[in-house]
Structure formats: C-alpha cells, structure tokens
Design a protein around this ligand. Structure first.
Ligand SMILES: Nc1nc2c(c(=O)[nH]1)N[C@H]1C(S)=C(S)[C@@H](COP(=O)(O)O)O[C@H]1N2
Ligand SMILES: [Mo]
Length: 263
C-alpha cells in the first residue's frame, strides 16, 4: 500500500498543496481562497476527483486492506476528534447503555430500517484487525467487530438511483459563523459494499467505548480516519450530497479535506 500512498502524496504535491494543509490553516468561512468558485478551490476539487479515479483504477473495487495478527495490537485505539458527545439525545441514550438506541437506514431504499443494538448484534458479524491512519500522522492497529454494511444495504434494498451512503452522527463540531455543525460523512456504494466495511459495536473484544464512537461507528478500511464516522445514528442513501451540509460530502470535506481519502 505504501506505493499508492506515495503516488497520492506526489500527486497532491504537484497541485501545490494537499487540501488538508490548506484546511488546517483556517476555517474556510474566513478564507477567501477557498470560497466556492475561487481558483484554488476548483484546482483542489479537480485534484480530489482525479485522485479518486486514479486510486479506484489502481486498487480495484474488492482489494482488501491489510489485516494484522493479535500480537500486532500494541495499544488501545487512541481516541481522536469528538470523544464525548453532549447532545441531549446522545447523553440520554448513553446513560441507559444505549438500550433505546436505534440505527435508522433511510433515503433511497425500498425498506427503511430501524434497528436496535441487540438486533445489530444478532446479525452476521465480521471481526478484523486493521490499521487506522489519521490524517494527523498517527496510526493504531485495533480489532473491530461489527455488522457488514453490505448486509444492512441488502436488508434495506437500495434503489438503483442511490450512489452514496451518508452517515449522520450525534456529535457537533465547530462551524465558524454558522454555529455548531453535526459531524457527517459519505462513501460511495463501492466502498459501502466492500467486505471490510462494517458498522462496529466492538473494539479489541470489548463493547465499543464512548471515546471511540459508541454505540456504533463506521470502519472503511481503505481510507483515512476522518471517513470513519463515530456515533452514527442514521445512514441515508442518496443520489447526490450536494444539498447536505456545505455540499462536499462530509464535515471535514466541507472544510477542505479530500472526499476520497484513500491510503
Ligand atoms: N462523529 C465523529 N466521527 C469521527 C470524528 C469525529 O470527531 N466525530 N473524528 C474522525 C477522525 S479525524 C478520526 S482519526 C477517527 C478517530 O477514531 P477513534 O477516536 O476511534 O481513534 O474518527 C473519525 N470519526
Ligand atoms: Mo483523523
């Protein structure tokens, strides 16, 4: 996989800047360079689109991310980003061990679903030991257990117009002048149906802790950490994410990060 990483870095280097380094420089509300239509923005958007297509062509649809052995788990999964959501609904659910939690699967589906944790735990499960790479430059190897997203999509019977799965989360992030924004993200249906894409409720043989996204978080193993939404309450199948948030497909994407964060 390191060859691919190098290609991507080199490619972003050629465009002048990775989207992430620009985003880290400041909130785009105040950054005229990242205004919709600004030249830098459109170069970044084209770069992201090309990165996505090049990576898709290189890695194929079904290639598996590397899996590790138990002995390679050296530490707990380092919590990052939100670690303790404070919305009323979340605090209410977490105080009663999420017994009233329901995952909703909605949007372009024939059969919308509302599933309790118990129902999710009784579905086919997959366990995988994988490496989580954060855009900030650290990695952790951890063991994740959950239900394959493909199984949920089959139960919900996705309509042919659907192109993306959007994940909505309980936690809120700073949104600049617009006020707090709920964390959200999206992946295409190729990644959504990938065999290692799971909604995890277990981490290192324990119940998923709040710090790491309880009760349910996404694992999408061929992309960077910010794509792996924690605290998921709704999965919505859509044809386009242009009308959601600021239209870039996720909270961090709305702040300049690549939509396709392949590693
Ligand atoms: N809802 C939500 N999901 C999130 C984040 C977040 O802040 N909120 N942070 C992301 C980032 S940047 C990383 S690296 C991983 C961290 O997951 P962990 O806390 O289990 O290590 O979650 C990702 N998913
Ligand atoms: Mo991250």
């Amino acid at each position: 996989m390191s060859g691919l990483k190098l290609d991507r870095r080199r490619f972003l280097g050629l465009t002048g800047a990775g989207a992430s380094s620009l985003a880290l420089a400041g909130c785009d509300v105040f950054d005229p360079l990242l205004r919709p239509g600004a030249e830098v923005r459109s170069v970044l958007e084209k770069a992201n689109d090309l990165t996505y297509r090049v990576q898709r062509a290189l890695i194929g649809d079904e290639t598996l991310a590397r899996e590790f052995s138990e002995s390679e788990i050296r530490q707990g999964q380092r919590p990052n980003g939100s670690t303790d959501p404070t919305s009323m609904e979340y605090m209410f659910l977490s105080r009663s061990d999420f017994v009233l939690y329901k995952l909703r699967v909605t949007g372009l589906v024939e059969q919308p679903l509302e599933l309790s944790l118990e129902e999710l735990r009784n579905m086919p499960a997959r366990t995988q030991i994988t490496r989580h790479d954060c855009v900030e430059g650290w990695s952790c190897i951890a063991k994740w257990t959950g239900v394959p997203l493909a199984f949920l999509l089959d139960q919900a019977r996705v309509r042919p117009e659907a192109r993306y799965a959007v994940f909505r989360c309980y936690d809120e992030m700073p949104g600049g002048l617009a006020g707090p924004q709920p964390y959200y993200g999206s992946i295409d249906l190729i990644d959504a149906r990938h065999p290692q894409t799971i909604l995890a409720y277990g981490l290192n043989d324990q119940t998923l802790p709040i710090a790491n996204g309880a009760p349910l978080r996404l694992r999408v193993e061929r992309q960077l950490g910010y794509k792996m939404n924690k605290y998921v309450h709704t999965i919505e199948l859509v044809e386009s994410f242009a009308d959601i948030g600021r239209g870039k497909g996720g909270y961090w994407e709305d702040h300049g990060y690549d939509w396709y964060a392949g590693i």
